[in-house]
Design a protein. Structure first.
Length: 123
């Protein structure tokens, strides 16, 4: 049987309130800070790792070379992606959806910048 002393209910209620307050504080401080868009002041997703490369390739429209774990090479424009797949449109207009776990290597084919006076010489 529990000890029933006068005022123990109020002590217990104070302890519960303090526990809830601390739990709320700990939960709020454990969340990761979101980066904010300086123009709108709203939080937004900031891509990291391979998502950053895919994001750049999709926005620029440059060709993307995808080498699968089977050795097959696919070259085309990145037209879509999600958490598990990448969709590439080849020069022939065919769209291929590839699971990310099947990709061994991918890289963006960036056109070379030619400075004035460089390049092919004509005689």
């Amino acid at each position: 049987m529990l000890n029933a002393t006068p005022g123990s209910d109020s002590v217990r209620q104070d302890q519960q309130r303090e526990g809830r307050r601390m739990a709320g504080t700990l939960h709020a401080s454990a969340s990761r800070p979101q980066r904010t868009d300086s123009t709108a002041g709203k939080t937004r997703h900031v891509p990291k790792g391979h998502d950053r490369i895919l994001d750049t390739a999709q926005r620029s429209g440059n060709a993307l070379t995808v080498i699968l774990s089977s050795g097959e090479q696919i070259i085309g424009k990145l037209v879509g992606r999600d958490k598990f797949t990448v969709t590439v449109q080849t020069d022939y207009g065919r769209r291929q959806t590839i699971f990310k776990h099947a990709i061994d290597i991918f890289y963006e084919d960036v056109p070379a910048k030619v400075e004035a006076g460089e390049g092919v010489e004509t005689n």
